[in-house]
Design a binder for this molecule. Structure first.
Ligand code: ADP
Ligand code: MG
Length: 618
């Protein structure tokens, strides 16, 4: 269950902040957490069900930045302003990447060979750190959006061969994205953790991690002993991956269609690339693939695909052999082989690796997610080991006041750090209202009746004013001891009233959890209720204003107009009784439409009256 502790002595509420695990990949990135209840690592998914955020950043002419799936289509249509593979540039100088310059479709600055590279987009220059920070920000936002709590701490993974400069660059990118990077861990280590390896200190194992991603291949040989991971050797090819498998299909099809080049037809080229990737992915689970391309039927069988990519896969096996040699090991010394990276879904890859290592490979954990999942495992270990350091005083539930219609208006969202302060202005609903009641609640539900009441008081003695004119400022203040002070002040008069709430008894862990669970369970219902209450509140206000208006300006309206208005008011009143949000909104709109010309007429009268009476302005 969620680790929420309450210090009864001080009334402060403590909860270790959730630390996320992030796989900042060359092609794809994602964020994972340990589920607070199941204790299992899970990748955070958006509504579309996808956990993967393509590591692509697009800048438009107005300086807007898009990241992920939204940026990906621009790779072909706007390549100069679309940055992919920023990870390859991390901690690199121009000299380092010179030989691969053709790979990048965007502009890399070459003014000073030895300093770190920058990318030029329009007249702006971006460091790979800034570009990676955009991706990390998108992941942080995703996590905050899904978890509904601030996320500021992360474990980020890097390839085992990353040097200190590259690791530092990754840290800096995290910092720029507002993340405190608690640890940088190796991708193969993360993958092992996701498989539960290394968690038992008595375990001794030698592991091969075969990671074939979108554009890179890494093989790492690790030794785990006493819970410590040692990288015995790494090898790979930084320009070999799933993209090469796509390219093999593209070339095959272009040959069949007798097309030499699609360089001038960006859209077609994009379509063909997407079709090739779709073919590859389909062939991981099917014997053949067929699609339509520019009026032609394109097909490819698994057999042909495999014959096209054998050379590429053999190349990765050459790297494995080198890594084994460097580690001074024989194939029989490897206890476990882990499959990592989306491209290991290709059956021929699995089979070839399995044959080489002479054993079944481990592919049960989703190869796209396994690195992020392992980072989440590491994050959880850190949270557990360093509890004293990570414990933050926070509010475990939102704090707010009751507003019209019994709605909860949150001033301090849950997980606000203590001490803290927040305020908002309110006004009166009725003419001449002399008191305003402040009822304080704690909880996540939209209606105060479902939350816990902490106290209430009345700010009385407000001088008689029309509704909406008094300005009442309500401040919530939580001091370092967790004591909440609520103060209300009428700003025109300076009238002040306050209350101090000492949580003599806090909620138990279970109660806090129950409230959080309820807010999730009832979220949909609450949104509907809130919408209804808001519609009702608005309708009631319109009715009251209309009533006032009618009694004051009866003389200006015809009998028919008076009748129509009365009917419209009655219809709205009935809609309110029926608690039908759409009907209420419709009838409110109808009443508004009907009375708008009356209001204009009254206004005209008032103006002409003012003109006649001249002296009124002096
Ligand atoms: P990286 O670690 O380089 O960021 P990933 O591990 O996310 O990349 O791998 C991305 C690659 O995996 C892409 O080339 C994608 O086409 C490929 N891929 C994803 N799913 C499949 C599949 N079912 N079959 C074959 N390749 C796949
Ligand atoms: Mg990867």
């Amino acid at each position: 269950m969620a680790k929420i502790g309450i210090n009864i002595a001080t009334g402060s509420l403590q909860q270790p902040e959730m630390i996320v695990g992030i796989d900042l990949g060359t092609t794809n990135s994602l964020v994972a957490i340990i589920h607070p209840e199941t204790k299992m690592p899970i990748a955070l998914k958006e509504f579309d069900g996808s956990s993967i955020v393509p590591s692509v950043v697009h800048f438009d002419a107005f300086g807007n930045v898009e990241v992920g799936a939204a940026a990906k289509p621009f790779l072909e249509t706007d390549p100069a302003n679309t940055i992919f593979s920023a990870k390859r540039l991390m901690g690199k100088s121009y000299k380092d990447i010179q030989t691969h310059q053709d790979f990048f479709a965007y502009k890399i600055i070459d003014d000073n060979n030895d300093s770190l590279v920058k990318v030029q987009v329009g007249d702006q220059f971006y460091s790979p750190i800034e570009l990676s920070a955009h991706i990390l920000t998108a992941l942080k936002n995703r996590a905050e959006h899904i978890l509904k709590t601030p996320v500021s701490k992360a474990v980020i993974t890097v390839p085992a061969y990353f040097n200190d400069t590259q690791r530092q660059a990754t840290r800096d990118a995290g910092k720029l994205a507002g993340l405190d990077v608690l640890r940088i861990i190796n991708e193969p280590t993360a993958a092992s953790l996701a498989y539960g390896l290394g968690l038992d200190p008595s375990e001794e194992k030698t592991i091969a991690v075969y990671d074939l991603g979108g554009g890179t291949f890494d093989i790492s040989i690790l030794k785990i002993s006493g819970g410590v991971f040692e990288v015995l050797s790494t090898n790979g090819d930084t320009y070999l991956g799933g993209d090469d498998l796509d390219r093999a299909i593209i070339e095959y099809w272009m040959g069949l269609m007798k097309i030499d080049s699609l360089e001038d037809q960006k859209i077609l080229k994009q379509q063909l690339r997407l079709a090739a990737e779709e073919a590859k992915i389909t062939l991981s689970n099917a014997a053949n693939f067929e699609t339509n391309f520019a009026g032609e039927t394109l097909t490819i069988t698994k057999e042909i695909f495999e014959s096209l990519i054998t050379g590429i896969i053999d190349k990765t096996m050459g790297c494995c052999a080198k890594a084994m040699k460097d580690a001074g090991l024989k194939v029989a010394d490897i206890n476990t082989v882990l499959m990592v990276g989306g491209s290991t879904r290709v059956p021929l890859v699995k089979n070839t690796v399995s044959k080489y290592f002479n054993q079944a490979v481990n592919d049960t954990v989703n190869p796209d997610e396994v690195v992020a999942l392992g980072a989440a495992v590491q994050a959880d270990i850190l949270a557990g080991n360093n509890q004293s350091m990570l414990l933050l005083d926070i509010t475990p539930l939102s704090l707010g006041i009751e507003t019209m219609g019994g709605l909860m208006d949150v001033l301090l969202p849950r997980n606000s750090k203590i001490p803290t302060q927040a305020g908002r202005q309110y006004t009166t609903q009725k003419d001449g209202q002399s008191g305003i009641q402040i009822a304080i609640y704690q909880g996540e539900r939209d209606l105060v009746k479902d939350n816990r009441k902490l106290g209430e008081f009345t700010l009385s003695g407000i001088p008689s004013m029309p509704a909406g004119l008094p300005k009442v400022d309500v401040q919530f203040l939580i001091n370092a001891d967790g004591i909440l002070q609520v103060r209300a002040k009428e700003l025109r008069t300076g009238l002040t009233q306050s209350i101090e709430i000492k949580p003599q008894y806090g909620l138990t862990d279970q109660e806090v959890e129950q409230r959080l669970m309820d807010s999730i369970t009832y979220a949909k219902e609450d949104i509907a209720t809130r919408a209804l209450v808001e519609a009702k509140t608005e309708a009631e206000q319109i009715l009251s204003v209309t009533e006032k208006f009618m009694s004051k300006n009866m003389a200006l309206l015809s009998k028919a107009e008076l009748m129509q208005t009365a009917e419209a008011m009655q219809a709205l009143q009935l809609a309110i009784t029926m608690e039908d949000k759409n009907l209420i909104q419709g009838k409110t709109e109808a009443l508004n439409e009907l009375t708008r010309p009356f209001a204009e007429r009254v206004m005209d009268q008032a103006i002409s009256g003012a003109l006649k009476g001249k002296g009124i302005m002096d």
